[in-house]
Design a protein around this ligand. Sequence first.
Ligand SMILES: C[S@@+](CC[C@H](N)C(=O)[O-])C[C@H]1O[C@@H](n2cnc3c(N)ncnc32)[C@H](O)[C@@H]1O
Length: 164
Amino acid sequence: MLEVDLGSGNGAFLLAMAALFPERDFIGVERLSRRAEKTGRAVARNGLSNARVLHCEIAEAMRSFAPESVAVFHLLFPDPWPKRRHHVRRLINDAFLRAAWTALEKDGELRFMTDDRHYFEQTRKLRHPFTEEEWELPDLPRTEFEERYRADGRPIYRLRLRKS
Ligand SMILES: C[S@@+](CC[C@H](N)C(=O)[O-])C[C@H]1O[C@@H](n2cnc3c(N)ncnc32)[C@H](O)[C@@H]1O
């Protein structure tokens, strides 16, 4: 079972998940070399044989997954690009959702968290064949940005899309 953390940052979530679920495999995708290298070093230091990090663009990684090979995509606090003229830079668009659909196993899911209400609502309005589900998940490790936003008292919006 493969889970992919898109935009894994410094890797805190990836490492915690890999330690918590040793029977699953985890791949982080991160374009900033410093963050990807930091994650790679921490994976090695912690002896996590079920975790890897790819230093590349998310779009490139999405093209490289075999069809129906991924159980879960985590897209946790992607850059929100809040200014209207920058909305086109947001990761989630029709093309991204099509790529995620292809790479996901049947019943696989895409989990999206953001503090940006507009990004959340825009994503919910996109036309796609996914089924929206209740979040109803056990408490998972928090990402660095989730910790930061919770400490600031900012709202967190969560969306769980299933390939069913
Ligand atoms: C706001 S941070 C969130 C990091 C982490 N997911 C968290 O919640 O703490 C977004 C991360 O995604 C990475 N990122 C943004 N766009 C990316 C892209 N197109 N390809 C790969 N990584 C990307 C950034 O470099 C950054 O580390």
